[in-house]
Structure formats: structure tokens, C-alpha cells
Design a protein around this ligand. Sequence first.
Ligand code: HEC
Length: 193
Amino acid sequence: MKRFPLSAAALLASAALMANPYQSQEEELASVIETGKKASQQLIQNLGGNLKREMEAGGPVAAAKFCSEHAFPLTHEVGAAIAPNVSVKRISLKERNPANAPERREKAVLQSLQTLKENNVVLPEYLVEQVDADTYKFYKPLSINKPVCLKCHGDIGGNAALVGYIEKLYPGDKAIGYQMNDLRGAIVVTVKK
Ligand code: HEC
């Protein structure tokens, strides 16, 4: 029996085996992006709608109270409602709530986005990080994109009641002094296999 045809067959077989995982990884990435977009859009709509309603009904202090009591749990609920393997959070390099401080690698991603922004690069709609074989992180950059954001993240010194409320609740608050179009942070959607 000749050996050559056999090894050629073996090569073909292994090439076929390698083709499949490659295709499924592409599909996996597409599904992460779909989930990330869905979760970040839901969160933005949910928080934005509530913020608008509270601002109209009771002004910045009432709206800040809403954010401090509900933004964090609502963020987590959005992930849990999509699937058990999906989690959602908000992060910032200048966080108000210490629970929104980025982890080491998340911080590196935010710093890269900040550097791009400072160099007048238009930020991408999203980024995807493959954390390990089983985990992806979808990042949606968040900017100060509406004047209303400045009421609580800009120069808030003029509103003594708001300053008092924020200082009491967040003694280490770093999330002030922003201007329009500044990078505020990101939504991170973590998807595990
Ligand atoms: C009425 C006050 C108020 C307004 C208006 C407001 N925020 Fe906030 N923001 C807060 C409070 C309070 C927190 C802390 C919430 C928490 O505990 O998670 C916060 C937290 C955040 C965070 C999470 C990171 C961190 O610093 O803890 C991001 C991102 C953020 N805000 C972005 C925005 C953007 C973008 C806008 C405009 C669309 C906006 N905010 C408008 C009060 C406000």
C-alpha cells in the first residue's frame, strides 16, 4: 500500500476539521455583537426615558435620586433579562459610584478610547474584546451627548441642593467637570459561552 494517498487524506480531513471551528467562531462573534447591541440599546433607552421623566417631574435632585437608587440595579436587570450568561455594567475612568470603577483590562480599553478621542478620532460604535476562550466583552462608548448630562456631570456648583445630595451619597465623586462630547465611559456587556 502506498503511503502518500493516505497522508493526503489525513491532511484533507484535518483541514475540514479546522474549517468548522473557524466558522463557528465567526458566528459566535456575530452573536456577541447582536447581544451587545441589544443590551446597550435597551439600557440607554431605559435609563434615558426614566431620567427624562424624573427631570421633568422633579428636577435634577429628584432625577439624581432616581439614578442613585435605580441605575445600578436596572443595569444588571437588563443583562439578566436577556440571558443568564449575559451581564451588563457601566464603567468610567472618572466614576461617581465606586461600583462602576473599571477592572484592569476595562480600564486599558477606556484609556485607549480616551486617547483616540483626544486625537480627534471619531470613536467606533462598539469594540469587542475576547477575554478568554469562553468570554467576550462588548464595549459601547458613552459620551456626554445631551446638554442634560451636564446638569449632573458638568459644572454643577450652581445647584447647591444637587451638590449636597451628590457629596453626601458619593464622597469620592469624580464624575463632574465634563463638557459636551467628552467621553463619559462605556457600557460593558459580558457574554459567556
Ligand atoms: C439628574 C442627574 C444626572 C443626570 C442628568 C445624568 N446623570 Fe449620569 N449619573 C448620575 C448619578 C447619580 C450616577 C451614579 C449612579 C449609580 O450609582 O450607578 C450617574 C452615573 C453615570 C454613569 C456610570 C459611571 C459612574 O460615574 O458611576 C455614566 C456612564 C453616566 N452617569 C452617564 C451619563 C450621561 C451620558 C448622561 C446624559 C445622557 C447622564 N449621565 C446624565 C446622575 C446623573
